[in-house]
Design a protein around this ligand. Structure first.
Ligand SMILES: Nc1ncnc2c1ncn2[C@@H]1O[C@H](COP(=O)(O)OP(=O)(O)OP(=O)(O)O)[C@@H](O)[C@H]1O
Length: 358
Protein backbone atom coordinates (compact mmCIF):
# COMPACT_ATOMS: atom_id res chain seq x y z
CA UNK A 1 0.00 0.00 0.00
CA UNK A 2 1.45 3.40 -0.92
CA UNK A 3 1.55 5.87 1.93
CA UNK A 4 0.13 8.82 -0.05
CA UNK A 5 -2.75 10.48 1.75
CA UNK A 6 -5.69 12.53 0.46
CA UNK A 7 -7.09 15.45 2.42
CA UNK A 8 -10.79 16.23 2.68
CA UNK A 9 -12.81 18.85 4.48
CA UNK A 10 -16.54 19.38 4.25
CA UNK A 11 -18.28 21.91 6.45
CA UNK A 12 -21.63 23.63 6.33
CA UNK A 13 -25.29 23.33 7.26
CA UNK A 14 -28.11 21.21 5.86
CA UNK A 15 -31.29 22.35 7.56
CA UNK A 16 -30.73 21.79 11.28
CA UNK A 17 -27.74 19.53 10.71
CA UNK A 18 -24.25 20.91 10.79
CA UNK A 19 -21.29 19.01 9.32
CA UNK A 20 -17.68 19.91 10.02
CA UNK A 21 -15.53 16.98 9.02
CA UNK A 22 -11.85 17.20 8.12
CA UNK A 23 -9.65 14.13 7.75
CA UNK A 24 -6.84 12.49 5.77
CA UNK A 25 -7.25 9.05 4.22
CA UNK A 26 -5.02 6.77 2.17
CA UNK A 27 -4.96 7.15 -1.61
CA UNK A 28 -4.57 3.40 -1.81
CA UNK A 29 -6.71 1.53 0.67
CA UNK A 30 -10.10 1.22 2.33
CA UNK A 31 -11.20 3.85 4.85
CA UNK A 32 -14.08 3.09 7.23
CA UNK A 33 -16.50 5.87 8.17
CA UNK A 34 -17.99 4.76 11.46
CA UNK A 35 -20.44 6.47 13.79
CA UNK A 36 -23.99 6.35 15.15
CA UNK A 37 -27.06 6.81 13.01
CA UNK A 38 -27.51 10.44 11.97
CA UNK A 39 -23.86 11.50 12.57
CA UNK A 40 -23.44 12.48 8.91
CA UNK A 41 -21.73 9.55 7.17
CA UNK A 42 -24.05 9.45 4.16
CA UNK A 43 -24.01 13.24 3.94
CA UNK A 44 -20.23 13.11 3.80
CA UNK A 45 -20.30 10.55 0.96
CA UNK A 46 -22.80 12.75 -0.88
CA UNK A 47 -20.37 15.67 -0.52
CA UNK A 48 -17.59 13.59 -2.12
CA UNK A 49 -19.96 12.61 -4.95
CA UNK A 50 -20.95 16.23 -5.56
CA UNK A 51 -24.58 15.51 -4.62
CA UNK A 52 -24.40 18.04 -1.75
CA UNK A 53 -22.70 21.38 -2.06
CA UNK A 54 -21.65 22.67 1.35
CA UNK A 55 -20.06 26.08 1.41
CA UNK A 56 -16.90 25.05 3.26
CA UNK A 57 -15.55 22.18 1.24
CA UNK A 58 -12.18 21.21 -0.17
CA UNK A 59 -11.23 18.02 -1.94
CA UNK A 60 -8.89 17.21 -4.81
CA UNK A 61 -7.92 13.88 -6.30
CA UNK A 62 -5.36 12.94 -8.96
CA UNK A 63 -4.61 16.62 -9.48
CA UNK A 64 -8.29 17.47 -10.16
CA UNK A 65 -10.00 19.95 -7.86
CA UNK A 66 -13.49 18.64 -7.06
CA UNK A 67 -14.22 21.44 -4.64
CA UNK A 68 -12.47 24.38 -3.04
CA UNK A 69 -13.41 27.89 -1.97
CA UNK A 70 -14.07 28.92 -5.61
CA UNK A 71 -14.70 25.80 -7.64
CA UNK A 72 -17.32 23.04 -7.54
CA UNK A 73 -17.19 20.18 -10.03
CA UNK A 74 -20.74 18.86 -10.60
CA UNK A 75 -21.62 15.25 -9.79
CA UNK A 76 -21.73 14.09 -13.41
CA UNK A 77 -18.14 15.23 -13.93
CA UNK A 78 -16.74 13.32 -10.93
CA UNK A 79 -15.49 9.79 -11.58
CA UNK A 80 -17.14 8.25 -8.51
CA UNK A 81 -18.39 4.69 -8.06
CA UNK A 82 -21.26 4.46 -5.57
CA UNK A 83 -22.39 1.22 -3.93
CA UNK A 84 -25.57 1.44 -1.84
CA UNK A 85 -27.34 -0.92 0.58
CA UNK A 86 -29.41 -2.23 -2.33
CA UNK A 87 -27.86 -2.68 -5.76
CA UNK A 88 -30.93 -1.46 -7.75
CA UNK A 89 -29.97 -3.27 -10.96
CA UNK A 90 -32.06 -2.83 -14.11
CA UNK A 91 -34.56 -5.70 -13.70
CA UNK A 92 -35.09 -6.21 -17.45
CA UNK A 93 -31.37 -6.56 -18.27
CA UNK A 94 -29.10 -9.57 -17.62
CA UNK A 95 -26.18 -9.17 -15.25
CA UNK A 96 -23.87 -8.85 -18.28
CA UNK A 97 -26.00 -6.07 -19.79
CA UNK A 98 -26.26 -4.27 -16.47
CA UNK A 99 -22.47 -4.27 -16.33
CA UNK A 100 -22.12 -3.25 -20.00
CA UNK A 101 -24.42 -0.33 -19.38
CA UNK A 102 -22.09 0.95 -16.63
CA UNK A 103 -19.08 0.56 -18.91
CA UNK A 104 -20.78 2.46 -21.70
CA UNK A 105 -21.40 5.36 -19.37
CA UNK A 106 -17.68 5.36 -18.59
CA UNK A 107 -17.09 5.49 -22.37
CA UNK A 108 -15.59 2.00 -22.31
CA UNK A 109 -12.60 3.22 -20.27
CA UNK A 110 -12.64 0.08 -18.12
CA UNK A 111 -13.69 -2.38 -20.83
CA UNK A 112 -10.38 -4.25 -20.56
CA UNK A 113 -11.13 -4.96 -16.92
CA UNK A 114 -14.48 -6.69 -17.50
CA UNK A 115 -13.06 -10.23 -17.22
CA UNK A 116 -10.76 -9.33 -14.34
CA UNK A 117 -13.46 -7.64 -12.27
CA UNK A 118 -16.19 -10.20 -12.93
CA UNK A 119 -13.81 -12.98 -11.97
CA UNK A 120 -12.60 -11.10 -8.87
CA UNK A 121 -16.22 -10.82 -7.73
CA UNK A 122 -17.10 -14.40 -8.72
CA UNK A 123 -19.68 -13.39 -11.33
CA UNK A 124 -18.55 -15.69 -14.16
CA UNK A 125 -21.54 -18.06 -13.84
CA UNK A 126 -24.07 -15.31 -13.21
CA UNK A 127 -23.56 -13.14 -16.28
CA UNK A 128 -26.62 -14.40 -18.21
CA UNK A 129 -28.95 -14.32 -15.17
CA UNK A 130 -31.69 -11.78 -14.67
CA UNK A 131 -31.34 -9.74 -11.43
CA UNK A 132 -34.61 -11.18 -10.06
CA UNK A 133 -32.93 -14.58 -9.89
CA UNK A 134 -29.92 -13.46 -7.83
CA UNK A 135 -29.50 -13.75 -4.06
CA UNK A 136 -29.00 -10.55 -2.06
CA UNK A 137 -25.25 -11.19 -1.78
CA UNK A 138 -24.92 -11.90 -5.50
CA UNK A 139 -26.80 -8.72 -6.33
CA UNK A 140 -24.41 -6.70 -4.13
CA UNK A 141 -21.41 -8.28 -5.89
CA UNK A 142 -22.88 -7.21 -9.23
CA UNK A 143 -23.46 -3.73 -7.77
CA UNK A 144 -19.80 -3.52 -6.75
CA UNK A 145 -18.59 -4.72 -10.17
CA UNK A 146 -20.89 -2.20 -11.83
CA UNK A 147 -19.47 0.63 -9.73
CA UNK A 148 -15.90 -0.41 -10.54
CA UNK A 149 -16.56 -0.80 -14.27
CA UNK A 150 -17.52 2.85 -14.39
CA UNK A 151 -13.77 3.56 -13.99
CA UNK A 152 -14.03 5.50 -10.75
CA UNK A 153 -11.21 7.45 -9.16
CA UNK A 154 -12.96 7.08 -5.80
CA UNK A 155 -15.27 4.28 -4.65
CA UNK A 156 -17.99 5.17 -2.13
CA UNK A 157 -19.68 2.26 -0.33
CA UNK A 158 -22.66 3.09 1.90
CA UNK A 159 -23.35 0.14 4.21
CA UNK A 160 -23.16 -2.37 1.35
CA UNK A 161 -23.62 -5.35 3.70
CA UNK A 162 -26.31 -4.05 6.02
CA UNK A 163 -29.26 -5.44 4.07
CA UNK A 164 -27.69 -8.94 3.91
CA UNK A 165 -28.26 -11.77 6.35
CA UNK A 166 -25.35 -13.17 8.36
CA UNK A 167 -24.63 -16.01 5.91
CA UNK A 168 -24.66 -13.71 2.89
CA UNK A 169 -22.31 -11.34 4.71
CA UNK A 170 -19.90 -14.18 5.50
CA UNK A 171 -20.04 -15.26 1.84
CA UNK A 172 -19.28 -11.80 0.48
CA UNK A 173 -16.34 -11.03 2.80
CA UNK A 174 -13.72 -13.03 0.84
CA UNK A 175 -14.63 -11.05 -2.31
CA UNK A 176 -14.29 -7.76 -0.45
CA UNK A 177 -10.95 -8.89 0.93
CA UNK A 178 -9.77 -9.76 -2.58
CA UNK A 179 -10.80 -6.33 -3.75
CA UNK A 180 -8.98 -4.70 -0.88
CA UNK A 181 -5.74 -6.28 -2.06
CA UNK A 182 -6.37 -5.55 -5.74
CA UNK A 183 -7.91 -2.08 -6.00
CA UNK A 184 -5.62 0.85 -6.47
CA UNK A 185 -8.19 3.57 -5.81
CA UNK A 186 -9.31 5.01 -2.49
CA UNK A 187 -12.46 3.45 -1.02
CA UNK A 188 -14.67 5.13 1.58
CA UNK A 189 -16.75 2.49 3.34
CA UNK A 190 -19.62 3.46 5.64
CA UNK A 191 -20.52 0.83 8.21
CA UNK A 192 -22.09 0.35 11.63
CA UNK A 193 -20.34 -2.99 12.15
CA UNK A 194 -17.06 -2.96 14.13
CA UNK A 195 -16.24 -6.39 12.69
CA UNK A 196 -16.35 -5.02 9.12
CA UNK A 197 -14.07 -2.19 10.20
CA UNK A 198 -11.53 -4.60 11.69
CA UNK A 199 -11.65 -7.09 8.81
CA UNK A 200 -11.87 -4.98 5.74
CA UNK A 201 -10.41 -1.53 6.28
CA UNK A 202 -6.93 0.00 6.48
CA UNK A 203 -7.91 3.33 7.93
CA UNK A 204 -10.70 4.40 10.28
CA UNK A 205 -12.55 7.70 10.68
CA UNK A 206 -14.87 7.83 13.71
CA UNK A 207 -17.65 10.43 13.60
CA UNK A 208 -20.12 11.90 16.05
CA UNK A 209 -22.68 14.65 15.47
CA UNK A 210 -21.17 15.82 12.19
CA UNK A 211 -17.59 15.90 13.48
CA UNK A 212 -14.58 13.61 13.22
CA UNK A 213 -13.65 12.53 16.75
CA UNK A 214 -10.78 10.20 15.83
CA UNK A 215 -8.96 8.96 12.73
CA UNK A 216 -5.93 6.87 11.87
CA UNK A 217 -4.75 3.40 10.81
CA UNK A 218 -7.49 0.89 11.66
CA UNK A 219 -5.79 -1.39 14.23
CA UNK A 220 -4.31 1.57 16.12
CA UNK A 221 -7.56 3.53 16.12
CA UNK A 222 -9.72 0.54 17.11
CA UNK A 223 -7.57 0.12 20.23
CA UNK A 224 -8.16 3.74 21.35
CA UNK A 225 -10.42 3.30 24.36
CA UNK A 226 -11.46 6.97 24.29
CA UNK A 227 -13.43 6.27 21.08
CA UNK A 228 -16.86 4.65 21.28
CA UNK A 229 -16.09 1.89 18.77
CA UNK A 230 -13.86 0.08 21.31
CA UNK A 231 -16.89 -0.19 23.62
CA UNK A 232 -19.25 -1.88 21.16
CA UNK A 233 -20.21 -5.46 22.00
CA UNK A 234 -18.80 -6.65 18.65
CA UNK A 235 -15.49 -4.77 19.04
CA UNK A 236 -12.38 -6.64 18.03
CA UNK A 237 -9.04 -6.35 16.30
CA UNK A 238 -7.62 -8.17 13.28
CA UNK A 239 -4.11 -9.50 13.75
CA UNK A 240 -1.72 -10.63 10.98
CA UNK A 241 0.03 -13.91 11.74
CA UNK A 242 2.01 -16.75 10.15
CA UNK A 243 1.44 -20.47 10.69
CA UNK A 244 4.45 -21.74 12.64
CA UNK A 245 3.46 -25.29 13.62
CA UNK A 246 0.72 -27.88 13.17
CA UNK A 247 -0.51 -30.26 15.85
CA UNK A 248 -1.95 -33.10 13.78
CA UNK A 249 -3.17 -35.06 16.78
CA UNK A 250 -5.45 -32.27 18.05
CA UNK A 251 -6.15 -30.58 14.68
CA UNK A 252 -4.62 -27.29 15.76
CA UNK A 253 -2.28 -24.81 14.08
CA UNK A 254 0.03 -22.36 15.84
CA UNK A 255 -0.32 -18.83 14.45
CA UNK A 256 2.59 -16.53 15.37
CA UNK A 257 2.16 -12.78 15.42
CA UNK A 258 4.30 -9.86 16.55
CA UNK A 259 4.22 -10.33 20.31
CA UNK A 260 2.88 -13.85 20.73
CA UNK A 261 1.34 -16.98 19.26
CA UNK A 262 -2.11 -18.58 19.32
CA UNK A 263 -3.35 -22.10 18.77
CA UNK A 264 -6.24 -22.01 16.33
CA UNK A 265 -8.28 -24.69 14.55
CA UNK A 266 -6.25 -26.31 11.75
CA UNK A 267 -7.83 -25.26 8.45
CA UNK A 268 -5.20 -26.89 6.24
CA UNK A 269 -2.90 -23.86 5.99
CA UNK A 270 0.75 -24.94 5.70
CA UNK A 271 3.60 -23.82 7.95
CA UNK A 272 4.83 -20.45 6.66
CA UNK A 273 1.43 -19.37 5.25
CA UNK A 274 0.03 -16.04 6.36
CA UNK A 275 -3.32 -15.77 8.10
CA UNK A 276 -5.37 -12.92 9.46
CA UNK A 277 -7.11 -13.50 12.79
CA UNK A 278 -10.07 -11.71 14.32
CA UNK A 279 -9.88 -11.42 18.10
CA UNK A 280 -13.05 -10.06 19.69
CA UNK A 281 -12.73 -8.23 23.01
CA UNK A 282 -15.55 -10.36 24.42
CA UNK A 283 -13.43 -13.52 23.86
CA UNK A 284 -10.49 -12.25 25.91
CA UNK A 285 -10.21 -12.51 29.69
CA UNK A 286 -7.35 -11.65 32.00
CA UNK A 287 -5.42 -13.74 34.54
CA UNK A 288 -2.67 -12.51 36.86
CA UNK A 289 -0.86 -15.86 36.75
CA UNK A 290 -0.63 -18.42 34.02
CA UNK A 291 -3.25 -20.96 34.88
CA UNK A 292 -2.92 -24.30 33.10
CA UNK A 293 -6.04 -25.56 34.84
CA UNK A 294 -8.50 -23.82 32.54
CA UNK A 295 -9.85 -25.08 29.26
CA UNK A 296 -8.57 -22.00 27.42
CA UNK A 297 -5.50 -23.08 25.44
CA UNK A 298 -4.23 -19.60 24.64
CA UNK A 299 -2.68 -17.74 27.54
CA UNK A 300 -0.41 -15.07 26.15
CA UNK A 301 1.77 -12.75 28.30
CA UNK A 302 0.63 -9.14 27.89
CA UNK A 303 0.95 -5.72 29.48
CA UNK A 304 -2.08 -3.62 30.35
CA UNK A 305 -1.88 -0.40 28.33
CA UNK A 306 -5.13 1.29 29.27
CA UNK A 307 -8.38 0.60 31.15
CA UNK A 308 -11.68 2.41 30.54
CA UNK A 309 -15.09 2.12 31.99
CA UNK A 310 -17.66 1.22 29.37
CA UNK A 311 -21.06 2.90 28.97
CA UNK A 312 -22.41 -0.23 30.64
CA UNK A 313 -21.20 0.34 34.23
CA UNK A 314 -20.71 -3.39 34.82
CA UNK A 315 -18.07 -3.60 32.07
CA UNK A 316 -14.53 -2.34 31.61
CA UNK A 317 -12.54 -2.40 28.41
CA UNK A 318 -8.83 -3.11 28.64
CA UNK A 319 -6.20 -2.57 25.93
CA UNK A 320 -3.45 -5.19 26.13
CA UNK A 321 -0.02 -4.95 24.51
CA UNK A 322 1.73 -8.02 23.23
CA UNK A 323 4.89 -6.79 21.45
CA UNK A 324 3.66 -4.41 18.75
CA UNK A 325 0.19 -5.97 18.76
CA UNK A 326 -2.62 -4.45 20.81
CA UNK A 327 -5.83 -6.38 21.49
CA UNK A 328 -8.76 -5.61 23.75
CA UNK A 329 -10.46 -7.46 26.59
CA UNK A 330 -13.99 -6.91 27.83
CA UNK A 331 -14.16 -7.81 31.52
CA UNK A 332 -16.60 -7.12 34.33
CA UNK A 333 -15.85 -4.04 36.39
CA UNK A 334 -16.00 -6.29 39.47
CA UNK A 335 -13.18 -8.55 38.17
CA UNK A 336 -11.07 -5.53 37.26
CA UNK A 337 -11.55 -4.25 40.82
CA UNK A 338 -10.93 -7.60 42.55
CA UNK A 339 -7.78 -8.27 40.49
CA UNK A 340 -6.75 -4.63 41.04
CA UNK A 341 -5.92 -4.26 37.34
CA UNK A 342 -3.82 -1.20 36.52
CA UNK A 343 -2.02 0.14 33.43
CA UNK A 344 1.54 -1.21 33.20
CA UNK A 345 0.74 -4.55 34.91
CA UNK A 346 2.05 -7.81 33.45
CA UNK A 347 -0.85 -10.23 32.97
CA UNK A 348 -1.92 -13.17 30.83
CA UNK A 349 -4.48 -12.63 28.10
CA UNK A 350 -6.67 -15.71 27.97
CA UNK A 351 -7.98 -15.84 24.43
CA UNK A 352 -10.96 -18.12 24.11
CA UNK A 353 -11.30 -17.98 20.36
CA UNK A 354 -9.72 -16.37 17.34
CA UNK A 355 -11.30 -16.80 13.93
CA UNK A 356 -9.30 -16.95 10.71
CA UNK A 357 -10.64 -14.25 8.42
CA UNK A 358 -8.24 -14.28 5.48
N1 LIG B 1 -30.68 17.67 2.62
C1 LIG B 1 -30.82 17.70 3.95
N2 LIG B 1 -31.48 18.68 4.57
C2 LIG B 1 -31.61 18.71 5.90
N3 LIG B 1 -31.09 17.77 6.72
C3 LIG B 1 -30.41 16.77 6.18
C4 LIG B 1 -30.24 16.66 4.75
N4 LIG B 1 -29.52 15.54 4.51
C5 LIG B 1 -29.26 14.96 5.70
N5 LIG B 1 -29.80 15.70 6.70
C6 LIG B 1 -29.70 15.39 8.14
O1 LIG B 1 -28.34 15.23 8.44
C7 LIG B 1 -28.15 14.28 9.48
C8 LIG B 1 -27.13 13.25 9.05
O2 LIG B 1 -27.72 12.34 8.12
P1 LIG B 1 -26.89 11.18 7.44
O3 LIG B 1 -27.85 10.40 6.60
O4 LIG B 1 -25.70 11.73 6.79
O5 LIG B 1 -26.44 10.32 8.71
P2 LIG B 1 -25.76 8.87 8.74
O6 LIG B 1 -24.63 8.97 9.69
O7 LIG B 1 -25.45 8.42 7.36
O8 LIG B 1 -26.94 8.01 9.36
P3 LIG B 1 -27.33 6.45 9.10
O9 LIG B 1 -26.21 5.67 9.70
O10 LIG B 1 -28.62 6.30 9.84
O11 LIG B 1 -27.46 6.26 7.62
C9 LIG B 1 -29.52 13.71 9.78
O12 LIG B 1 -30.01 14.36 10.93
C10 LIG B 1 -30.33 14.07 8.54
O13 LIG B 1 -31.68 14.21 8.87
Amino acid sequence: MSDAMLEARFAGRLGAFSLDAAFDFPQNGVTALFGPSGCGKTTLLRCFAGLEHLSGGAFSIDGEVWQDGRRFRPAHRRAVGYVFQHANLFPHLTVRDNLRFAMKRAKGENAGRFDELTSLLGLGDLLERMPGRLSGGERQRVGIARALLSAPRLLLMDEPMSALDLQARQDIFPYLENLRHTLSIPVLYVTHAPEEVARFTDHLVVMREGKVIGAGPTAETLARLDLPIAHERQAGIAVDATIADIDLKWHLALAKFDGGALWIGDTGKAVGERVRLMIHARDVSIALVENPKVSIVNRVPAIIRQIRRSEDPSVQIIALEMGNTVIMARVTARSAYLLDLKPGMNVFAQIKSAAIID
